[in-house]
Design a protein. Sequence first.
Length: 455
Amino acid sequence: MRKGVVDFITLGCSKNLVDAERVMRQLEAAGWRCVHDPEEPRGEICVINTCGFIGDAKEESVNMILRMAERKKQGKLRKLIVMGCLSERYRAELESELPEVDEYYGKFDFMQLAELLNKDRYAERTRSKDLPLSVGCHVFERKLTTPKHYAYLKISEGCNRFCSYCAIPLITGRHTSRPKEEILDEVRWLVSQGVKELNVIAQDLSSYGLDLVESQKSKDKRHMLPELIDEIAQVPGVEWIRLHYAYPTDFPEGLLDVMAKHANVCKYLDIALQHCTDHMLGLMRRHITRAEQDALIRKIREKVPGICIRTTLLVGHPGETEEDFEELKKWVQEMRFERMGCFAYSDEEGTYANRHYKDDVPQEVKEARAAELMAIQQEISGELMQRFAGRTERVIIDRLEGDYYIGRTQYDSPEVDCEVLISRQPTAFSIQPGEFYPVRITRAEEFDLYGEVDS
């Protein structure tokens, strides 16, 4: 057990990661040493940042809590703390079932965790509990756990959409945008830390700013996402901006003009579409029709030529028929998305689907449909990737791994998309992680590109 060390284990999405980074920054400013996702936790305190999105994620979180609780029983851990989405929604149940946990925090009160531990730290150092808790850093400052050249930028929390299958609004509550100036201050701070690439994230990018207007009357509502991205793009030092998790209904089309205007706004848009038939879009409560959705995709591609669209689809939702699935397959083949993921429906308690629909698609059918759809996408991806062969792309290098430098184009998000592999064979100059290079693509595969730096 290492005294003065706090191990953070973050499960779930990049939005969770940002929360953990904020807490770690506050703790380190007070003298703690924080280790993120250690291979073998050895700190005196362990903080588990949980996910509660779907069944598998909840199970993973509970198993991690049990594992760390066993370490505590063995005397290898002084204090165990749980925060995040799972404890936001199930705190009472967790407190009853897992009393080994010393403190539970949810999705929005987690900064109290830093206050608690910093009190302990100050008391230990001075034997006095009356010292102020000011630690000299802004609340948005973070201990970056990503490579120093990129970071996630969370611009809002929550969601007002209430899609039938989704538990997120039940966990995070209503959509709440961060003030624009606070976000811009954070951007400038991130740049000062060496960050070049900003991956902008929210549960629903499309709704950014709708809650910031003075009046909530519909005539006074306005989208602020285009304005925000336009101003971020003008901050010196911001090389790439990538947009994650837009919603197709009431999409802020002015954003497309901003994307076309600024070279440092990547031609990349992550927009979850989920399905294509009017029957399923209605059951899913997506508030959009097939015709409207298709028209939006056409407009995106027309206004931002060469854009990479990443989407996510959901199969096996209650009521999905064979006809719905066959139509979905045809649609995927027609749309030819550059990046696509697919998930099988998970029946989550409290959601509209859980309360109003029968989970009538067998699990094996759900999984078979997801696999079939991904097989179609694999073929499409293989064909689309061929267009990169022979081109020279601007690539940022993330890391050196084995015999290759691993990088990405503007069309690829960290950890989830395709990568560019460059042989580490001796060259006339040194390749450095975190730097951009012109790379000539020599070979294209289904999910990866190979290339060499074009001198």
